[in-house]
Design a protein around this ligand. Structure first.
Ligand code: G1P
Length: 278
């Protein structure tokens, strides 16, 4: 059973400066809800209610967001504005939140290894909150889809989508053998390859279910692309032992770490999902 979900949220959000100078990128709102809340709601939808944040400097507002604000509650209690707090109250009631700090920015793999103290030796989810994943109402969230695969096979699972050749350099890319429709046994993984070196056009997006042997692999992972410890490189070690699956998820993914993706997400949510202030 998977109960824990790790949110690496220590990154600087440089692609969104100056907005992210004094504000975490994970707190950017898509319409009226911060990105990180979408992520936590997705974790809850998959049954993961123990949330762990790997934070860094300047990220306090994330923690405050998932705590009760007594002044605010007192101020608007009984007024019609209370409806705006419904979704966050619900999240706070259903989940627990723990944090640990990543003192140095040494890459996503390093952030996940720092999070080991919050996870222990059990399988867990990872959500990169700036990848906003949305599915049609009434269908499984992307993390739920991965958890369901994990339940069947007991292996680490990464979410992938097909991207155009000229975009592969922005992602971790997998090589795999199709096991059943949309599900691959991964044999190789490369972080942000040049298009001529990419093993496929199946790109990893920011949703993972990881088995705890990933921590040992991370301890033995040297800095890779951009001098950072890459989760892709650590997973590749497990993949060589047949321990990693990739799933072509059903749903939409918006790169909210970039202005284009963020605007696209905002328009989509406003037109399709926003109603009654929730
Ligand atoms: C990270 C991962 C990469 C993955 C991407 C998804 O890269 O390292 O493998 O494809 O997230 O968004 P980042 O975008 O943080 O540079």
């Amino acid at each position: 059973m998977i109960r824990k979900c790790l949110f690496p949220v220590a990154g600087y959000g440089t692609r969104f400066l100056p907005a992210t100078k004094a504000m975490p990128k994970e707190m950017l709102p898509v319409v009226n809800k911060p990105l990180v809340q979408y992520g936590v709601e997705e974790a809850l939808s998959a049954g993961l209610d123990q949330i762990g944040f790997v934070t860094g400097r300047g990220k306090r507002t994330i923690i405050d967001h998932f705590d009760v604000s007594y002044e605010l509650e007192h101020q608007i209690a009984g007024s019609d504005k209370e409806q705006y707090l419904t979704s966050i109250r619900d999240v706070i009631q259903r989940a627990t939140f723990s944090t640990t700090r990543q003192p140095e920015m040494r890459g996503l793999g390093h952030a996940i290894l720092v999070g080991e103290v919050l996870i222990g030796f059990e399988p867990f989810g990872v959500v990169l909150a700036d990848d906003l994943c949305l599915v049609e109402e009434g269908t499984d969230s992307v993390l739920t889809q991965l958890v369901n695969i994990y339940r069947r096979f007991g292996k680490s699972v990464v979410a992938v989508q097909e991207v155009p050749e000229d975009k592969v350099h922005k992602f971790g890319v997998i090589q795999g053998e199709e096991l059943e429709e949309g599900l691959y046994t991964v044999s190789d993984m490369v972080e942000k390859p040049k298009k001529e070196e990419a093993p496929s056009n199946l790109a990893i997006i920011g949703r993972y279910v990881l088995t705890p042997d990933i921590f040992e692999a991370l301890r033995h992972t040297e800095p890779g692309k951009n001098g950072e410890v890459q989760i892709t490189d650590a997973l590749c070690q497990l993949a060589k032992r047949g321990r990693v699956l990739a799933y072509k998820f059903k749903g939409k993914r918006f790169d909210c770490g970039s202005v284009d993706g963020y605007v696209e997400a905002t328009n989509y949510v406003f037109e399709n999902l926003y109603s009654n202030g929730q």
